[in-house]
Design a protein around this ligand. Structure first.
Ligand code: ATP
Length: 346
């Protein structure tokens, strides 16, 4: 069995909450809830969902910028939370983060030279001539001119600044890039250039991507597999093409309908109730039930089953082709390729 490069198990993050004075409960925001995901070496896993569904919180936990309330992250089989600080630091260079807003993620008081030199010194131990050589290489890798090295971030366009953000992440010589809405702040034509660059870098440096976006059409162009997030949970995951051709979850259908892909199947939105629930007062049962055109009473009482579609009869996470809501009832899929998993027991 092929081991996942990143294995995320039962990952949760709650902000706030707990007991108030006089014993009253203060509601917390369950930004990420019991997320299980496996990222295989060399793949691009897209994570898509509306603003506020927990994508950035998930991403931040993966790179150590936030701490899970519950759950585990294994990188090459190593439990990141259980590692002692120095080991974790050494290992964390393998997982680098690319921020959404390129300009505000670069220190405006530093020249590009200093922005890129910091990770080269601290994470790769480079100095002197070796450092200078690598700086020049990094600029070339992301298609920026050598003379840009003496400039400050405000002297760049959004697309150029994002290339610098990508170069900074690559300075650590990572194996995984967590790209958090890396093109959302860019014009469409620039988006295409940055996506093309990311595709080239992935094959050139044997990278694995976790590509986060609210924009399904962007995720579709780059992902091998897509996980759909709703209200802190992964509600469906499938190979990219399959997700678009036959979305299983009603929320995925809704997302696709609201962002039709050129040449994709015509899918009619079945619900027009467009709001995410209030995170401080979540609905009981399935969080999508209030918006779901086929919600049943049971959906409001408890969360539905997840269904794992696997080519093997036994659940084997490395071989899952898709995981989606089992009810409300929809057209049956062939029984022989299914394994049902109670979501609450995973
Ligand atoms: N530091 C924090 N303190 C309190 N609540 C937070 C914090 N960070 C995030 N949240 C809440 O957690 C939920 C998920 O937020 P998150 O930023 O992860 O979502 P997102 O899908 O990345 O949205 P966006 O695309 O708008 O950034 C939201 O309800 C948000 O308000």
């Amino acid at each position: 069995m092929i081991e996942p490069l990143l294995d995320i198990s039962g990952l949760s993050r709650t902000f706030g909450g707990g007991k108030r004075w006089f014993g009253l409960d203060r509601p917390g925001v369950h930004a990420v809830q019991e997320v299980d995901l496996q990222v295989m070496r060399g793949e691009t896993l897209g994570i898509v969902g509306e603003s506020g569904c927990g994508k950035s919180t998930l991403a931040r936990m993966l790179v150590g910028l936030d701490t899970p309330t519950k759950g585990r992250i294994f990188y090459e089989g190593n439990d990141l939370q259980a590692m002692i600080r120095d080991d974790r630091r050494a290992l964390s260079r393998h997982i680098q983060y690319v921020f959404q807003d390129p300009l505000s993620s670069l220190n405006p008081r530093l020249r590009i030279r200093d922005i890129l030199a910091a990770p080269l010194r601290h994470l790769r131990g480079l100095h002197g001539h070796a450092l200078e050589t690598r700086l020049a290489e990094l600029l070339e890798i992301v298609n920026l001119r050598p003379e840009f090295i003496t400039r400050y971030p405000h002297e760049f366009s959004g697309g150029q600044a994002q290339r610098i953000g990508i170069a900074r992440a690559l300075a650590a010589e990572p194996k995984v890039l967590v790209l958090d809405e890396p093109v959302s702040a860019l014009d469409v034509s620039i988006q295409a250039q940055v996506l093309k660059l990311l595709k080239r870098l992935k094959s050139e440096f044997d990278l694995t991507y976790l590509f986060i976006s609210h924009d399904l059409s962007v995720v579709e162009t780059i992902s091998d597999r897509i996980a759909v997030m709703y209200f802190g949970r992964i509600i469906e995951q499938a190979p990219a093409r399959q997700l678009f051709q036959s979305p299983a979850h009603h929320y995925t259908r809704l997302l696709i309908a609201s962002a039709p892909i050129p040449g994709g199947p015509p899918i009619v939105a079945e619900s027009s109730d467009a709001e995410l629930p209030d995170p401080l007062a979540p609905p009981s049962g399935c969080a999508f039930a209030p918006r779901c055109p086929q919600a049943q009473e049971a959906c409001r009482a408890r969360r539905p089953l997840l269904e794992a579609f696997s080519s093997q009869s036994k659940l084997d996470t490395s071989n899952i082709h898709r995981v989606a809501c089992l009810f409300p009832a929809r057209e049956p899929l062939s029984r022989d390729s299914r394994t049902s998993v109670d979501e609450t027991s995973r």
